[in-house]
Design a binder for this molecule. Structure first.
Ligand SMILES: Nc1ncnc2c1ncn2[C@@H]1O[C@H](COP(=O)(O)OP(=O)(O)OP(=O)(O)O)[C@@H](O)[C@H]1O
Ligand SMILES: [Mg+2]
Length: 317
């Protein structure tokens, strides 16, 4: 399955671009988004990397916390997701309604336990999940954070389960004490709201996990550079993707130095890269590998992203 198959296959709803820092994840996500939109699919490109660069890539401020149309192209919308804002919404709901919960945790002296594990990721992911049922977009493309962060999200249903289990036990133990406190402070209703929010988030994460594991709907595209460090990191990423059953059939080997006999420095770097490329091909024989040259300009703006897209789908002539 080539990147061309993925981009032009309407049933693929989620495309994730991921890899080590600085290798070209955002550029690849932007490039696939431009092709996808130009093919007529209503496309949403989202950055979940806390160190966003989608705005720079599209030369447009996408950090406003809302989905906005990308200028200069039809069918494309974008947003940089702020997990801080998501967390703030959640915290407000907990604070507003958490009187009883807070009191309970103070009584037990274990406030730490009242914070759900990985809650900032959970909230960022919760935002993503809103788009699962959202029929306004045919496709969502994720520019993910460097290796690890995204995959950690997939452990959340289990983590939340055990956390909720603990809280329930705590509630039972304290129920009589709490009945008295509640009578004094009120807040039962708000507590229930916070409680429901947690349950809903958990359910949403579970269904997202299923969607992300469905190879008819999701494809993860790994971006790497032909250098030893990137090879190691790619191995780690691959094994996590395997563990979580996330479909992956493509590796983009980016920033290949072109031939330049007049430049000794370039030639020796090129040689190093070509040696690594042989290893990469050898390691990943079942995976579709696309080579992308190091271009003489940065990849910024729609035209430049489209140009990269053409290279990714093998139509750059
Ligand atoms: N093939 C290429 N040729 C020339 N410049 C490139 C190429 N690929 C990426 N770049 C440039 O390299 C820089 C890093 O690319 P990009 O932002 O896509 O990487 P990233 O993996 O998203 O980085 P980060 O981990 O910081 O988010 C950008 O300035 C981009 O324009
Ligand atoms: Mg990036």
């Amino acid at each position: 399955m080539t990147i061309k198959n993925i981009v032009y296959n309407q049933s693929i709803k989620f495309i994730l671009s991921g890899g080590k820092g600085g290798v070209g994840k955002t550029s690849a996500a932007g490039a696939m988004a431009v092709l996808s939109a130009k093919s007529g699919l209503r496309t949403l490109v989202l950055s979940t990397d806390p160190a966003h660069s989608l705005s720079d890539s599209f030369k447009q401020d996408l950090s406003g916390g809302e989905i906005i149309p990308v200028e200069g192209i039809d069918n494309l919308w974008g947003m940089e997701i702020s997990s801080e804002k998501g967390m703030q919404d959640f915290q407000n709901a907990m604070d507003g309604g958490g009187t009883e919960m807070e009191m309970a945790s103070q009584l037990l002296g274990s406030i730490g336990d009242m914070t759900p594990p990985g809650s900032d990721e959970a909230m960022a992911f919760g935002k993503i999940l809103e788009f699962l049922d959202d029929m306004s977009y045919d496709r969502v493309i994720f520019d993910t954070a460097p290796t690890g962060h995204t995959l950690k999200l997939l452990e959340l249903p289990e983590l939340l389960d055990s956390w909720l289990g603990k809280v329930i036990t705590m509630r039972q133990r304290l129920s009589s004490t709490l009945a008295g406190i509640r009578a004094m402070l009120g807040g039962r209703e708000q507590e229930e709201t916070a409680w429901e929010m947690l349950q809903q988030t958990k359910e949403k994460i579970k269904s997202a996990k299923l969607e992300l594991q469905d190879q008819e709907k999701t494809q993860f595209v790994i971006v790497m550079i032909p250098e030893a460090m990137a090879v190691f990191e790619t191995q780690r990423l691959l094994s996590s993707l395997n563990t979580w059953n996330i479909p992956m059939n493509n590796i983009v080997v980016n920033q290949l130095i072109p031939e330049n006999p007049g430049c000794e420095f370039c030639s020796s770097r090129r040689q190093m890269q070509q040696r690594n490329l042989v290893d990469i091909r050898d390691l990943y024989q079942d995976i579709d590998i696309v080579e992308v040259p190091l271009l003489n300009t940065e990849i910024v703006g729609i035209d430049s992203l489209e140009n990269l897209g053409r290279i990714l789908i093998g139509e750059d002539q």
